[in-house]
Every structure is written in structure tokens, then in C-alpha cells.
Design a protein around this ligand. Structure first.
Ligand code: IVH
Length: 669
């Protein structure tokens, strides 16, 4: 191949890259495409072919690389030269005035100009550009050190790999997912029987933290940039800064406004209160920033948050909708749960169509009838819940709901045992229960067998391939392929997921067995104390009860579970199949000597760096306790994003309130 050939290719490659990024910008940022998808694909294909033909022209900054590179085994830590702080919250007009008062007092000025922006509900990231080239990107992490997620951020088409000017700066913004994209993703996951995401924010956070960038690339992530970390720019105001970021082709949310004084700020907050739901993405508040950058600098920051900004958080949403029907679900313990089927209603960005009614007492207490108009909200912004009936809307055509006296799955009698709120089907071989047991066993927090969701479990049961969880380990690929809709590939995937699950620690197996009242926590306690399934099997009630957190109710359930001959059969099958029965002992874990012994924690709202489970594990691993509600016995309330009513209660009771940073400090101490 002649040199001129290569030179020609080099030129064409450069031109194509430029043109493609231009189209990316027009399509993904401006929403004003110039060419159609086919023409775009054509350009991409030409570039790909040239890069393949001339490997020396390959470049990590090429748009062809936006599909994601090799998976990582872990993210590298990346230190933030300027810490990525959080924001203080204001929950009402009064608290906004207080914020303004503080700013005026500290600056000695009579009136302050603020720049108000929408608060995006996503995940904070930093983008480091050197001389206009995207070098690194990171999550916020603990504010001081984040995770290097460069590979994943590169897959977001809205993020320029190269800026139109050779500037060196660190842009900060929020990665998010549009509501419709989120719903579509969840539908897809439901079909594939993968666990769904609770909200767009979780979906975005989960995607950006995918170790395999190809998976991240497949997720419809977006970004809005709202500020800078390290930089050498000379803008005077936040407003100018946003204009400049926009000129750099970084996506800036256009809905910001300058407001003089707290009254105008409040007007802006009210203006967006309802309007925000018309936006394609989720917002959870307004960020109010002192506009003059010089003033920002002189106000400075505390260890947690800047003094020049505050986040106004909208109160949680509540909406009215109609109960079309009440249906029942048979759970794995035979509990029959009534579920309200609702006229679809959008709450905090997702469509809600059902809400659990828990049990007959709940229905009686709320007085819910079929046909009623009810007010619904999302508990913890996630789980739809009926708050009450709007009695004025009754027409007289509403129908009372009666819990079924016969199990809808096996038609045997249902009972309400003394001291229980639930009505149960007590038939130990009720198909609905057995299927639910399989689903629970395979669920992510139990044995984590991907591909074994309700539909597959139902088929395995119906085809008589599986009667209990022990049978799973004796399945053959050819039996799976025979199931409807199961392709060879998914059959072999399921087979290896089942095989891999054999090595899970005892705590997961124990939780997966679905013993009444034995949740993840009790399972862990038993696994750690006894170390082996057969020791738990042989333990007496006294020995089980010797664990302080374990009460008589759990003990009784465990003793009776292990006393059943069905349990013996299942455990024998599991053991013979080579399923791990032991719990690895973590070195250096001694709860008693821990600084958190005897301390009770309550969490409200979601944390940036941990799931609830992880946060609880941190507390419990240090001897502390986690409770779900605030009381006089609470030592700490940890508030994340979107704290609920617990915060007010904690304040009233004088409970110490910490944000995520404070939580980390307590954990470290
Ligand atoms: S400014 C130093 N502006 O809200 C202050 N933050 O607790 C930096 N957020 O996770 C934040 N939209 O990622 C700012 N327009 C906006 C924002 C915004 C969303 C997030 C931010 C951080 C949290 C603040």
C-alpha cells in the first residue's frame, strides 16, 4: 500500500470523525438532526471500515469507540482536586429566606442575585478536559475520591470527546436517563426477567457504574453540565459560565433563570413545581446559586457543602386515581396479598398501575372499595401506596372487596391465624407458593440465578421438572430447551447461572430457602454464628435463641422448618448436588469491640455511594443496629437525597441528623 493511500485515508478519517461528531451534537444535544439515521450509519460504516483497514489510524477518541471497550474488573479511584460537595437542603419558603439571610449577613450585602437551576435527579459526575480533549471522567464517590468511569462516559453521545476550544477544565454535571427511556429499559428487563430499576436515577447510576462499557453504551444515558471543578476560566457569573459551557457544546439545561432576592427565587420554585413533570427527565428540586462567582469564592464552603448554594426540595407527590379492581396474589409463604389495580397515573416520573393493599386490615382501615377514587403517593419515592379514599368522589356504585376464602391457585381453604394480619393458604404443595419459592430462591439477593424469573419458574413447575429448589440442580440443558420460548443460548445461560449459584455463601442459601421470618439479616446472623448448614440443622431452640437479635418467633419458625421431612429432602438434594453449605469467616470482624455497638441508625432517602443494604451492612458489621423508624431510641438519622418525614420527626426528638458524608465519618471512626 502506497504512502499516499494512507495519507488519503488519514484525511478522510479525520473529516469523517469531525462530521460524525457534528451530527452527534446536532442530534443528541441540540435535537436538530440534519441527516437521517441511515445517512448517519453510512458515515459510521465508512469510518469503521477505514479504521479496520488502517489500524494505525485507530484512536480512542474516534466516534467508533463510543460503543464501549473491554470490560474492567474494578473501577480505579480518582481523586477530585476540588472536592465534589453536596448541597444543603431547604424544604420550604422560610428555609429559603433563611439561606438568603445567611448569605446577606456573610457578604454584608442588602440584596443578592441568584441563579436558579433545575435540580436534576441523577448521578453527579466530573469530566476532565485537557486542552480540549476528554481525558477522564469520574463519579462523585465520597466527594473527595470518585471512581474512574471514563470508559462509560465516553459512550454517552452528548459528551463531546473533544471541545471546540483547547481549554483545560473540569466540568461537573449530572448523568440521568429520560423517563420514557427508563420505562422502556424496565420493560425490556422485565421481558428478560432481569430485576427492574426502581427509578430513572437508579437506572442511570447502575448504568454508569457498569464494569462492561458495552453494557453502559447500550443504556440511553444523558447529561446536563452545571458547573466547574478545577479550571482557569475568567467568567464573572454563574450565568456567564453556563453560556460558556453551552458554547463548548456541553449540554446545559436551558431552564435556568436569574432571580433577585428570595421572593423571586420562591416564584421560580413555584413556577416549576408542576411544570417540571412535563419535562422528559426527573427533577427533584431547584438549585439556587449566588450568581457572582467572586461572591461564591468569598463565601466558600463548609466541609459538606458550599455556603453559596442551596437545594430547594419539592415535597413528595400525591395524586388521585381510581381503583379499577382488587386482585389477590399468593406469596411463597401462602400469604394472600390483595393488590389494587389502578387507573394508570404518573407519580415522580413513573406510571403507577398497582399498589399493594397489604392485608384485609389495611383495606378495612382505609375503607378502600373497588371503584373508589384514592390518593396515592410513593413511599420513599419508590413504592406506590394508597394514602386514603377520597370519599366525596363516591357514586354509590363502589363495590366492597372480600378476601377469598379459597386459594385462587389451589382452591384449598384460606385461614387467618391468630396474631397474624395475613390470610394464608396452608396447602404445602400449593402451586402458586411453590413457584414463588423458586422465584425467591433465584432472586438477586438470594442465590442470584439470572434468567429464573416468574415465567420460567412457572414453566419448570408446570412441566413437572422442578417441585422444590433442590430439583434445580438436577436439570439438564435439553430439558430446558424443550420449554416454550427457551432458546439454546438462554438455556445454557440458565444452566451456568444455576451451576455458579452453588458456590454462594451459606447466608444466601439460608435466605433463599424462604424460611418464615428469616430475612437477609437473620440468615446472615445464623450463617455467621453456626458456619455450616448442618450445624444450624442440628441446633436446638436455645442455641438458636442465643443470638441477641433473634427472637422466639424466628427461632420457632427455624425449628419447625428444619423439623419438616420436606426440608430434609430438599437439603439432601442440595448437598448431594454440591451446593455450598458453609459460610466463609471474614477475618477481623468482631462486632462486640466495635465503636457502633449499641447504636441505632435510621436511614431516610437514598445515599449516593451505597444501597440501603450496603449501608445497613456497614452499620451492622460494626455492631450497630438499623431500624426503620425514628424513635427516642434512635442515635442517628442518616439523610440522603429525598429524606422523608423521618427528618422532621428526628428534629423534633433531637436525634442527631447526619448526611452521607457524616455517615461515612461515623463509619470510619
Ligand atoms: S451544583 C457544590 N447544580 O445535586 C455544589 N447540583 O447535593 C455542586 N445536582 O449530587 C452542586 N442538579 O449532582 C448543582 N443544577 C445543579 C444540579 C446539581 C443536580 C446534584 C448534584 C449533587 C446534588 C447536590
Amino acid at each position: 500500500m502506497g504512502k499516499t493511500d494512507l495519507e488519503k485515508a488519514r484525511k478522510r478519517v479525520a473529516a469523517l470523525r469531525h462530521e460524525i461528531e457534528e451530527h452527534n451534537y446536532r442530534y443528541h444535544v441540540l435535537d436538530q438532526p440534519l441527516i437521517d439515521d441511515q445517512a448517519f450509519d453510512q458515515l459510521m460504516r465508512e469510518l469503521q471500515e477505514l479504521e479496520q483497514k488502517h489500524p494505525e489510524l485507530q484512536d480512542p477518541d474516534s466516534p467508533t469507540m463510543r460503543v464501549g471497550g473491554e470490560p474492567l474488573s474494578a473501577f480505579e479511584p480518582l481523586e477530585h482536586k476540588v472536592p465534589m460537595l453536596g448541597l444543603d437542603n431547604a424544604f420550604n419558603e422560610q428555609e429559603l429566606h433563611e439561606f438568603d439571610g445567611r448569605v446577606r449577613r456573610l457578604t454584608g450585602l442588602d440584596q443578592i442575585e441568584y441563579l436558579c437551576e433545575l435540580k436534576m435527579d441523577g448521578l453527579a459526575v466530573s469530566l476532565q478536559y485537557e486542552e480540549g480533549v476528554l481525558m477522564r471522567g469520574a463519579t462523585r464517590g465520597d466527594g473527595y475520591t470518585g471512581e474512574d468511569i471514563t470508559q462509560n462516559l465516553r459512550t454517552i453521545r452528548q459528551i463531546p470527546l473533544q471541545l471546540p476550544e483547547p481549554v483545560t477544565l473540569e466540568a461537573r454535571g449530572e448523568v440521568y436517563m429520560n423517563k420514557t427511556a427508563f420505562e422502556q429499559l424496565n420493560r425490556q428487563r422485565e421481558e428478560q426477567e432481569l430485576p427492574v430499576f426502581a427509578n430513572p436515577r437508579n437506572a442511570a447510576a447502575g448504568s454508569v457504574r457498569q464494569l462492561d462499557p458495552r453494557l453502559a453504551a447500550a443504556r440511553p444515558l444523558r447529561i446536563f453540565v452545571y458547573g466547574l471543578g478545577e479550571h482557569e476560566l475568567d467568567q464573572k457569573t454563574q450565568a456567564e459560565l453556563l453560556v460558556y459551557l453551552d458554547r463548548l457544546r456541553l449540554p446545559v439545561n436551558p431552564n435556568y433563570a436569574l432571580c433577585t432576592g428570595p421572593d423571586q427565587v420562591w416564584e421560580y420554585c413555584l413556577r416549576w413545581q408542576d411544570k417540571r413533570h412535563e419535562l422528559p427527565y426527573e427533577t427533584d428540586g431547584i438549585v439556587i446559586k449566588v450568581n457572582l462567582l467572586e461572591l461564591q469564592k468569598s463565601l466558600g464552603s463548609t466541609a459538606r457543602s458550599p455556603r453559596w448554594a442551596v437545594a430547594y426540595k419539592y415535597p413528595p407527590e400525591e395524586k388521585a386515581t381510581r381503583v379499577i379492581d382488587i386482585r389477590v396474589n399468593v406469596g411463597r409463604t401462602g400469604a394472600i396479598t390483595p393488590v389494587a389495580i389502578l387507573e394508570p397515573v404518573t407519580l415522580s416520573g413513573t406510571t403507577v398501575q398497582r399498589a399493594s393493599l397489604h392485608n384485609e386490615d389495611f383495606i378495612a382501615e382505609k375503607g378502600v372499595m373497588i371503584g373508589d377514587t384514592v390518593s396515592v403517593h410513593k413511599a420513599g419515592e419508590i413504592i406506590p401506596e394508597i394514602l386514603g379514599v377520597i370519599k366525596d368522589k363516591r357514586t354509590g356504585n363502589e363495590k366492597k372487596f372480600k378476601m377469598p376464602r379459597k386459594c385462587p391457585s389451589c382452591d384449598s381453604d384460606t385461614f387467618r391465624l391468630s396474631g397474624e394480619a395475613a390470610r394464608r393458604c396452608l396447602n404445602p404443595i400449593c402451586p402458586a407458593q411453590l413457584v414463588e419459592k423458586l422465584v425467591h430462591f433465584a432472586s438477586r439477593r438470594a442465590m442470584d440465578i439470572e434468567g429464573l424469573g416468574p415465567a420460567v419458574a412457572e414453566m419448570l413447575y408446570r412441566k413437572k421438572l422442578v417441585r422444590d429448589v433442590g430439583d434445580l440442580y438436577y436439570l439438564r440443558t435439553d430439558q430446558l430447551i424443550d420449554l416454550d420460548r427457551m432458546a439454546e443460548k438462554s438455556a445454557s445461560n440458565l444452566m451456568s447461572a444455576i451451576e455458579n449459584s452453588k458456590s454462594n455463601p451459606l447466608r444466601r442459601l439460608l435466605f433463599g430457602l424462604g424460611i418464615n421470618f428469616v430475612g437477609e439479616k437473620a440468615a446472615r446472623l445464623f450463617a455467621e454464628k453456626f458456619g455450616h448448614m448442618n450445624r444450624i440443622r442440628a441446633a436446638t431452640a436455645e442455641e438458636l435463641n442465643a443470638i441477641p437479635e433473634i427472637g422466639p418467633k424466628i427461632t420457632e419458625a427455624v425449628v419447625s422448618f428444619f423439623g419438616m421431612s420436606e426440608t430434609e429432602t430438599v437439603l439432601d438434594k442440595l448437598e448431594q448436588a454440591g451446593v455450598n453449605f458453609s459460610e466463609p469467616i471474614e477475618p477481623g470482624r468482631e462486632a462486640e469491640s466495635s465503636p457502633l455497638a449499641g447504636k441505632t441508625f435510621v436511614f431516610s432517602g437514598s445515599l449516593e455511594a451505597y444501597t440501603r443494604e450496603q449501608a445497613a451492612a456497614l452499620v451492622e458489621g460494626r455492631g450497630g443496629k438499623v431500624s426503620s423508624s425514628v424513635s427516642g431510641k434512635t442515635d442517628y438519622l442518616i439523610v440522603g437525597d429525598e429524606p422523608g418525614s423521618k427528618l422532621d420527626k428526628a428534629r423534633n426528638l433531637g436525634v442527631q441528623v447526619l448526611d452521607e458524608k457524616g455517615f461515612k465519618e461515623v463509619i470510619k471512626s
